[in-house]
Unconditional design. Sequence first.
Length: 219
Amino acid sequence: MSKRRKRKHKPTEEKFDDNGLEMPFPSCPSRPPKFCIYCRYPFDAPAGRARRFVWTFRAAYAAKRFVDTILEGRKFKWKNDHIIQTTCGVEIRAMEADHEVGEKRFNDLERIMDYEYASLAEENWVIPQPDSNALASFLRPLGDVPPAPRDVGRVAPAVKRAPRDGLITVGQICDRLSVKAGKARSILRRQRVEQPEAGWAWPADEAAKIEALIAKHAR
């Protein structure tokens, strides 16, 4: 009688690192990517002249740190719902992959930009080598001689929001209007409403005007 071969089971891949953080990067097939970020620099370069940089992430904090590292506290503007242009000349867009239905949607940048670090470990996470050098090379001004490696793996300044005590958030407005928050933020950007320092939140008197604006354009 022939002996049955025992199946070799691959060890289960760890989902967290030594600091208890969710693993930042994907590793197929056990950790598929949740975020895919596309960067172009400079965004106003002629066709074929811009640099491109693509990076995938498993954890939201890592995707947020990547964007924060590029911004370094600089201002940016929303080109549309899924693309931002920075004052340093970089265009950033994010793609969300829905693995259940196999569709890809460019609508995930808001989730990254609105993410708030849940712990000091997340806030202090840095981009490891050699990835930090690759990002530094991408951000190098066009025509410049490659400089010595820049330590972009350092902790980029996290965006500190003003407190929201006593403010009415866009989420609360959306609950009253039965409108999705993403659609409401899209309306506000199209109407060129600037995001307050506390995020999408306003005092009661201003919130009433915002609610009327969203209701008008959500029909």
